[in-house]
Design a protein around this ligand. Structure first.
Ligand code: NAP
Length: 632
């Protein structure tokens, strides 16, 4: 554990204050002291050296006097007006009411931020009412915790033998979160003692299992239970689930189904001719054989998305030789603190300066608030000779410089590594010494398309050969296969996937509901990943769980049997969604529309993301528009 014992050790305090985020430090200290001199300071970016010294000295003095106390309880949430003033103090920017509503739980003062609560007395829950949650990853745990809070009976079903979802499945070398740990955590679990600034997959898995146990979800979970299908029984208003269990086939009934199966559940295996002829081993990172020994072997890595980039360094450190096969260059950027332990001093500060952890969460997310400004094409800027927009072009220049630096100026590599589409149009890829690895003696980079597999490796389109004993296919996931292979049959025997296939791919209302499929909610469904300035996926899993909860509460309070989105609301929502999507970089030639798993290329429509500003989508998902739903 990275925490230090309570102390008045002046040196430790000074080091902690020196490492602290100054915006979080200022606001936390102000909340504890109400010192007007702190309120008068500007945001960190505008602080003079004297301002910084003043803030740090005040913090050191306060901690020397107070940090030795045996108990440092969390601070309660300030009254609304004060909370808003503090949030504004952190960024120095005013915010609209909608932005405030979407951001107020980021500092996580409330015990259970974002959770839905019974609006009045809890009604009698019918004895046969039960929720089935499919998936025990973070989305499933969020839904389970929400059911626990409301006292709703539920069961979590997962085909894996343990909880953790994607973090249980993906165990490839050097896997870790690529967003700061403090933003990839649930706000209801305060000050979890993470060890690293960006956690390893194993640590995230342990964390999720800890939550599942602590909040009672584990006790309601059934592992190695694979839901193969679910059909809605119209006479009894319940879902009948067909489940493959270690003891054989089981039928299970649930009033409501929440799917929490993840977007990246179906590995995309490359459809390359001749693959069956290959004499070596093919490994997809999502099914990494534990104990796979690459020592001295000739390895090819196909793919340079988040996964391929994350694993290359570790693979190259053991393999004899690695060929990286790149079809399309990616924009790959560094993250400060990536791969580094959480400094003991910061862990100490979280424990000893009340509200510092809360504001550190907020400041870690705040840089994303205006992110959307970088994801629009500015035609005026283009008319003046720019590529996309002033901000986006500046990011491009920075990243090109980064490529030059990391490759040691190797022009042969640089020429192959600069993408021809705009940065920030695809999912950002975080560097894990990928560029540096390309400069190793035992690594080479091959670009272009793969023509076919042979017995001994690969042949590229230009006829060149890549010899390999092991081919790692870091080729991503088939995001169009939402919920598959499970089949869902709704009203009138309607099959969900056939319905989607008859149209233009998976669609939903708010990413959650489909007409004809009552009492069914998808967490992280089609078009649900916030495109802009998102506030971290854990927040959204809570938001979607709370939406399903609000619908269930209404159903129970009104004694109704079904809740369903109306066809009109679904159509209206999706028309607006398509319209809104057009404006985003992802959907433009500048953004490389053809090269993006965010986009359904068969139908040229945005598929994975919600094209709304984060705060607007938050409002849609937290303030239920009952006119859009039918309760019968
Ligand atoms: P991905 O982003 O879809 O990347 C797949 C890569 O494989 C691309 O480089 C793609 O090239 C290449 N590829 C696919 N088929 C190919 C073929 N037939 N021939 C040659 N190249 C081929 O997949 P991913 O890297 O697994 O990442 C998916 C998502 O998982 C990420 O965006 C992220 O959301 C999540 N993830 C997160 C983390 C984390 O740290 N938190 C880590 C890993 C993944 P093209 O570009 O030419 O299509």
């Amino acid at each position: 554990m990275a925490t230090a014992a309570p102390t008045r050790d002046g040196e430790l305090i000074r080091r902690a204050v020196d490492l602290a985020d100054l915006n979080a430090l200022r606001v936390a200290l102000y909340q504890n002291t109400r010192d007007a001199a702190l309120a008068a300071l500007p945001v960190a970016a505008k602080m003079s050296d004297a301002d910084k010294a003043l803030l740090k000295d005040k913090a050191v003095r306060w901690l020397e006097e107070n940090a030795g106390r045996a108990e440092r309880p969390d601070l309660p949430e300030p009254p609304e007006g004060e909370l808003r003033a503090l949030m504004t103090m952190v960024t120095g920017q005013p915010m609209s009411d909608v932005q405030f509503a979407a951001r107020r739980d980021l500092p996580a003062f409330r015990a259970m931020p974002l959770a839905a609560e019974w609006p009045g007395d809890k009604p009698q829950i019918p004895s046969d009412f039960r929720v089935a949650i499919i998936g025990s990853g973070p989305a499933g745990i969020a839904a389970g915790v929400q059911c626990e809070l409301l006292g709703l009976p539920y069961v979590v079903l997962d085909r894996q033998p343990e909880a953790g979802g994607t973090w249980t499945i993906n165990r490839y070398p050097d896997i870790r979160v690529d967003t700061p740990s403090i933003t990839y955590e649930f706000s209801f679990e305060k000050r979890y003692p993470w060890q690293e600034l960006f956690n390893r997959g194993e640590a995230v898995r342990e964390y999720l299992q800890h939550l599942s146990r602590k909040y009672g979800v584990m006790a309601n979970s059934r592992f190695s239970h694979d839901v193969q299908g679910a059909a809605f029984d119209e006479a009894r208003n319940c879902w009948v689930l067909d489940v493959e269990t270690p003891e054989g086939r089981e039928t299970l009934e649930a009033s409501v189904v929440i799917t929490a199966c993840g977007t990246f559940a179906n590995a995309a295996k490359p459809d390359i001719p001749g693959i069956e002829q290959f004499a070596g081993q093919i490994v997809h990172p999502a099914a990494w054989p534990q104990g796979l020994d690459l020592a001295g072997k000739r390895v090819a890595v196909i793919g340079n998305g988040s996964t391929g980039v994350q694993l290359l360094g570790a693979v190259a450190a053991t393999a004899g030789h690695v060929t990286v096969v790149q079809r399309t260059p990616q924009w790959i950027s560094p993250r400060e603190g990536y791969g580094k332990p959480l400094p003991e001093e910061l862990a100490w500060l979280y424990e000893h300066l009340p509200a510092y952890w809360n504001w550190a969460r907020y400041t870690a997310t705040a840089p994303l608030f205006d992110f959307h400004l970088l994801q629009r094409v500015d035609r005026e800027w283009q008319a003046g000779g720019g590529k996309v927009s002033q901000g986006n072009d500046a990011v491009r220049a920075t990243l090109i410089e980064y490529i030059r630096k990391e490759t040691g100026g190797r022009q042969d590599l640089i020429d192959k590594l600069i993408p021809d589409y705009a940065p920030l149009s695809r999912r950002p890829v975080v560097d894990n010494d990928w560029y540096k690895s390309l400069t190793r003696d035992n690594v080479d980079l091959v670009t272009g398309s793969i023509a076919r597999f042979t017995r001994d490796g690969l042949v590229m389109d230009d006829g060149s050969e890549v010899k390999a004993e092991v081919v790692i296919t870091a080729t991503g996931f088939d995001v169009l296969k939402y919920l598959l292979p499970a089949r869902f049959t709704g009203l009138g025997g309607k099959d969900l996937h056939e319905t989607w296939a008859a149209g233009d791919g998976p669609r939903a209302y708010l990413g959650m509901m489909v007409p004809g499929f009552p009492n069914m909610f998808m967490s992280y469904g089609p078009n649900s990943q916030p495109l802009t300035g998102g506030t971290g996926m854990p927040q959204w899993w809570l938001v979607w769980a709370a939406y399903a909860a609000r619908c269930m509460m209404r159903l129970l309070q009104e004694g109704k049997g079904r809740v369903e989105v109306t066809q009109q609301a679904f159509d209206r929502y999706n028309q607006a969604l398509d319209e809104a999507a057009k404006d985003w970089l992802q959907m433009t030639p500048e953004g490389g529309i053809e090269k993006n798993y965010y986009v359904n290329r068969d139908h040229r429509r945005l598929q994975v993301n919600a094209p709304w500003l984060s705060e607007d989508f938050h409002r849609m998902c937290t303030v239920v528009d009952w006119d859009d739903l039918a309760l019968t």
